[in-house]
Design a protein around this ligand. Structure first.
Ligand code: GDP
Ligand code: MN
Length: 416
């Protein structure tokens, strides 16, 4: 049950990532963006060294502060570092303590529910003025398929895992459709703030103002998601965003240059970054069969047929129609650098893509990398005969198939 769920999850991830990926930015960058729209947050300072963290914490000496690992993943509070330190968010009593935490966080990897077992490197921390909210809410702006437009999702049960709230108490989540052009009206926003239970009139109006402005950012910046958790209400009746996660639409990169300049590739899977440089559409997955395919649709079908035969793909890879022997060779290098890969399945439908280019790239890579994993190759279409002849003459141990099921069956068998 679990294994099949995991498989379904990774396939879904590959399917959506094949179309577009969402740029994510660090919390300290999100804070700047929120503040530039007049949205209040606790005062905060980013630090890249323990000494900088010490200096930053000095500025909050009277109030105390929080130190927060800047890693692009949710669930930091409940995460742990590879060095053993529990938690990516801590209350700090003194500048010395801030320095001590920073030295344990910076340069280490934080593992959370969203990072996978490998975790993500923490290269910076954020020191934020300590605030003790009397209540924590949840608010997000995102596009909703069923509504056919943006919605504001809010709950009075913030601070915790919203997926759990949605599962255990779906009535606790209020979804408000937003008019794409006009945004949220003052009265809609105020009604929502009252429904959520903000106590004083002042807090209600501050919350409403935040809702309206969050959508303005969402629209102006081509965001796909803004999530504030927690949105804190203080005992003296103020409202502030105490954590923020943004996602931005990759298709908007051309007109959101300032936002996309914030990309931090240290937070991305290195093999995916490398593949992107060569125009390869590559997503790393957790299985044992490396896949090299042309066309996103065929790549998805290939993963399905492997799953059908009981196998698990190690990646999604669409080399595209414009692949050359050089990019194919690069794709190969990326595949074999994954120690989990036990067999490689090359499934090519030659149309614009020429099978002999694939063969040339594969042969060169196999020779240069002195490949030991078995290669299962299915080539169909343009220059198929030439490609097959090249493979035959290469003298390499490449196992050719014409039938897709037979090829997949063998790729799975050889990966065990
Ligand atoms: P996440 O775990 O990645 O979502 O990180 P958050 O920034 O949301 O921090 C985790 C939790 O730490 C929050 O949900 C808050 O409950 C708590 N927290 C963060 N900042 C403060 C603060 O200034 N004061 C207090 N009391 N709690 C805080
Ligand atoms: Mn949070």
């Amino acid at each position: 049950m679990l294994a099949s769920l995991r498989k379904a999850g990774s396939l879904a991830r590959a399917a959506s990532a094949g179309q577009r990926r969402f740029l994510s930015i660090h919390e300290y960058q999100s804070v700047n963006l929120l503040n530039s729209y007049g949205i209040p947050t606790p005062r905060s300072i980013a630090a890249k060294t323990p000494q900088e963290a010490y200096e930053a914490a000095k500025q909050f000496d009277s109030t105390g502060c929080v130190i927060k690992a800047q890693v692009l993943a949710g669930g930091r509070g409940k995460g742990h570092f590879d060095t053993g330190l529990q938690g990516g968010v801590h209350l700090v009593e003194s500048p010395e303590q801030a320095k001590d935490y920073a030295s344990k966080m910076i340069g280490s990897k934080l593992i959370t529910k969203q990072t996978g077992a490998a975790g993500r490197i923490c290269n910076a921390v954020m020191l934020a003025e300590r605030r003790d909210p009397s209540h924590e809410y949840y608010v997000a702006v995102l596009n909703d398929r069923s509504v056919g437009g943006p919605v504001l999702v809010a709950s009075a049960q913030g601070g915790m895992n919203i997926e759990e709230v949605a599962a255990n108490d779906p009535g606790a989540i209020i979804t408000t459709p937003i008019n794409f052009e006009k945004g949220l009206s003052q009265s809609e926003a105020l009604d929502l703030a009252k429904k959520l239970g903000f106590k004083s009139e002042g807090a209600q109006s501050e919350a409403a103002d935040i809702f309206i402005r969050l959508y303005q950012i969402f629209k102006d910046k081509d965001a796909t998601q803004i999530e504030i958790n927690p949105l804190g209400e203080t005992s003296d009746g103020h409202v502030l965003c105490m954590d923020a996660k943004f996602g931005f639409d990759d298709n908007a990169e051309f007109r959101q240059k300032d936002i996309f300049a914030l990309r931090d590739i240290s937070q991305e899977e290195p093999s995916e970054v490398e593949a992107q440089k060569f125009g390869l559409n590559f997503i790393k997955l957790d299985g044992s069969i490396g896949c090299l395919v042309n066309g996103a649709g065929l790549a998805m079908a290939t993963m399905d047929v492997l799953a059908l035969h009981g196998g698990n793909p190690a990646n999604f890879l669409d080399v595209g129609g414009g692949a050359t022997p050089e990019t194919v060779k690069k794709a190969f290098e990326i595949l074999v650098s994954d120690p989990k890969v036990k067999s490689i399945f090359i499934n090519i439908f030659g149309g614009i893509m020429r099978c002999d280019y694939i063969a040339e790239g594969v042969i060169n890579a196999a020779k240069e990398l002195s490949l030991t994993v078995p290669l299962i190759v299915r080539l169909k279409g343009t220059k198929e005969a030439e490609a097959k002849e090249m493979i035959r003459q290469s003298g390499l141990k490449i196992i050719p198939f014409d039938d897709l099921d037979e090829a997949a069956h063998n790729a799975v068998k050889l990966a065990i």
